[in-house]
Structure formats: C-alpha cells, structure tokens
Design a protein around this ligand. Structure first.
Ligand SMILES: *[C@@H]1O[C@H](CO)[C@@H](O)[C@H](O)[C@H]1NC(C)=O
Ligand SMILES: *[C@@H]1O[C@H](CO)[C@@H](O)[C@H](O)[C@H]1NC(C)=O
Length: 364
C-alpha cells in the first residue's frame, strides 16, 4: 500500500514537473492598479485579521485625566473586537524638567505640550523595544482616533496591495508568494495622517531609483465619497488625475484608496512600526535639533529617505471631530475645517465612511 502511494506521488510529481505552466514573471510598472494584478483575484490575499490587526500589539496613548477618551476607546475597541495596551501620556509642567534627558530643541518653536507629545511617543517606541515578548510590529494610536465599523476588513485588504507596491519599488515580480505585513520590509505604515502630499512630477527621492511615482491604487468600499474626504487628501487624487466617488457626480462610482511611498506625512494619531522602525525613530529624534513638532521631525526624516515608510490616502484612521466635546480631538489642521454638510451630523470624522464613534449610540 505504502509503495503504491509513493509511486503515485512520484508519478504526480513527474507529471507536474514536466507540465509546469510557463509563468511569466513580469515586473509591474509604477504606478499600479491593484485590480489589474493576478493576485488581486485570489481570496488567499484577503485573510481575516485578529484583535491587533495581525500586528504584535496595539498601543493607545492616553493622558491619565482624559477619562472621557479612555471610556470611548474601551467601548469602540470592544465593539470592533480589538485589544490595546494603554500607555499613559506625558505631562511637562516646567522647562527645567527638560534640561536633562531630552533631545536638543529650540525653545521658541517648542511649547512644552509638543515636547510632552514627543516624549509620549518615544515612551511607546521604547516600551515596544523593551517588551520581553519581542513583538515584531505594533500599531500606535492616540486617543482621539476614529475608525470605520468595518476596520478589520479594511485593514486586511491592505496586505496584498502593500506587498505588491513594495515589490514594484524593488523592481521585483509579484509571484504567488507574499509575506504578511508583519515582515520587515518597512519601518512605518502611516495609517492616520492629517496631510500627506502627493509626489509631484518626477519622483524626487534620490535614494530610490525609480522612473515613475511610486504609488498603488486599490478599490476600497471603506472609502467615503469625495465630500467626506479632507481636502488635503482629495488633493492627492486630483494631482495624480484619479477620479473618486462623489455625492454630486453620479457617474463616478469608484471608491478607491492610494498607497504610496511616504512623502511628507503629518500627524501621529495612527501608525504602525517594526522593531527597526522603532529603533530608527528613537535614534532620529534624539540626534541633532528638534526644531518643530515631533511629527514634522519625522516627516522630514521620511522625505530625506531615512525611513522606509508607506502612507494610506485617505487614511483609515482619523481624528474625531465632536461638537459636544466628548472625546474630541484638540488637534488643529483638518479638525478646524468647516463641516461638509450643515444638515449632516454635528460630530464626525473626515475620511471615515461609517464611523464607529457615530454608530456607538445605535449599536448599543
Ligand atoms: C495577532 O497576530 C499577530 C501576528 O501573528 C500576533 O503577533 C499577535 O499576538 C496576535 N494578537 C492577538 C491578540 O492574538
Ligand atoms: C527591472 O528589472 C528588469 C528585469 O527583471 C530589468 O530589465 C529592468 O531594467 C529593471 N529596471 C530597473 C529600473 O532597474
């Protein structure tokens, strides 16, 4: 019996060995439309994610006194089936506290709140590196974030496109094997930006040898209509000449997202890091002069090619804008933009199609 099975295996092997289809490994040309790639059709590339989106962990930065935000996040993560580890935010009450143990900074450009924000994030990067379980990756969230009720699907659908983009930038073919996004092919994933400008005309980064702007376009049902996308993000589509779904223009029905090699990503309310990414962030922000907010220091390092970083536009994580101030984001930027619809909800988040924060009252 065993002999027979082995023979059969051998015959099958023999058959396949000499009848292998001639796979053409064509290197994709940038920019990429993900749906044109053969791997886009395969269900293998749309796996479910777990309670930490398949990252090693999720950290949440939250000041001790902001019970409102922590309460909201506890509800949101429970409804979305997520798990996070809370890291207390950092308070600075006097400049003397920064005379030792802080990087050099220019006092004119750096209010204490910005230095405290820098330290809060640095504490997370350090805790992640010091974690005895050595998690490979982590997602870091600030406590004013919002996400879609379908966030797990949205996140799992990013894996194959991100892989395809990375392979294309490396000028390598996209074959049937792909590593999960927990591989070490990136330092940072910018999953929540207030602003991430497009790359204009010829791609400028001198450290990457590319003919074309490195971005990928993917269909994504989780993207809202143009009117609910912040202007700083629709600008990316407009610059690349890509139409997006709009309430006003019925003929444009495409809900799409762009993943690009990061350019100058601003805001730190949601981003993922690898171990080498965390080490680079700690190193970069402790060297030289910090002459602006933490996120701008990192944006500059990104533009200089010091970090392997990818940005998602519109971003899947956004800052909550609430009229009654419960859990409200106090960040400026997009948060001060006028409401898109005077008759619409008074509390909402830019870039989110079906906000978990808006849905809490109807779910419970
Ligand atoms: C989710 O998956 C990642 C990657 O396999 C793993 O490191 C992490 O511990 C998992 N999280 C949970 C909550 O199981
Ligand atoms: C990309 O790789 C192909 C072969 O796989 C090669 O012909 C081509 O010159 C490469 N392009 C660049 C920009 O390196």
């Amino acid at each position: 019996m065993t002999l027979y099975l082995e023979c059969l295996t051998f015959l099958i092997f023999f058959y396949y060995f000499f009848n292998l289809p001639q796979v053409q490994h064509v290197n994709p040309t940038l920019p990429i439309r993900f749906e044109d790639l053969p791997i886009a059709a395969s269900n293998v590339y749309r796996p479910e994610t777990n309670a930490t989106f398949d990252f090693g962990k999720v950290y949440l930065i939250n000041l001790d006194e902001r019970h409102d935000r922590r309460d909201q996040l506890a509800i949101m993560t429970s409804l979305s089936g997520l798990q996070f580890e809370r890291v207390p935010g950092f308070r600075l009450t006097s400049r003397e506290q920064t005379f030792n143990g802080f990087p050099r900074y220019s006092p004119d450009d750096m209010p204490l709140s910005k230095l405290a924000c820098y330290r809060a994030h640095a504490n997370v990067w350090r805790a992640f590196l010091e974690d005895e379980n050595q998690p490979a990756t982590a997602l870091i969230l600030e406590d004013d974030v919002d996400w879609d009720v379908n966030i797990k699907n949205i996140m799992s659908n990013f894996k194959a496109p991100l892989y395809a983009l990375q392979r294309a930038i490396a000028n390598q073919s996209i074959d049937d094997y792909y590593p999960s996004w927990t591989s070490s092919q990136w330092d940072i994933l910018r999953l929540g930006t207030c602003r991430e400008p497009p790359h204009v005309k010829e791609f400028k980064r001198v450290d990457v040898n590319l003919q074309n702007v490195p971005y990928l376009l993917m269909n994504d049902e989780g993207v809202p209509e143009r009117e609910w996308i912040a202007v700083d993000h629709t600008m990316v589509f407009d610059t690349y000449g890509i139409p997006i779904s709009s309430i006003l223009e019925e003929e444009v029905e495409s809900r799409r997202r762009i993943i690009q090699l990061s350019n100058y990503p601003v805001c730190l309310h949601a981003y993922a890091i690898t171990r080498i990414g965390a080490a680079k962030l700690l190193y970069l922000t402790s060297q030289g002069l910090i002459d602006g907010a933490n996120d701008l220091t990192i944006a500059e390092a990104t533009q200089d090619g010091k970090l392997d970083s990818f940005s998602f536009t519109p971003p899947p994580f956004s800052q909550w804008k609430s009229q009654n101030n419960i859990g409200n984001s106090d960040n400026g930027g997009t948060n001060t933009d006028p409401l898109p619809d005077e008759d619409g909800p008074s509390s909402f988040s830019w870039n989110i199609r079906d906000s978990i924060r808006v849905e809490i009252s109807s779910i419970l």
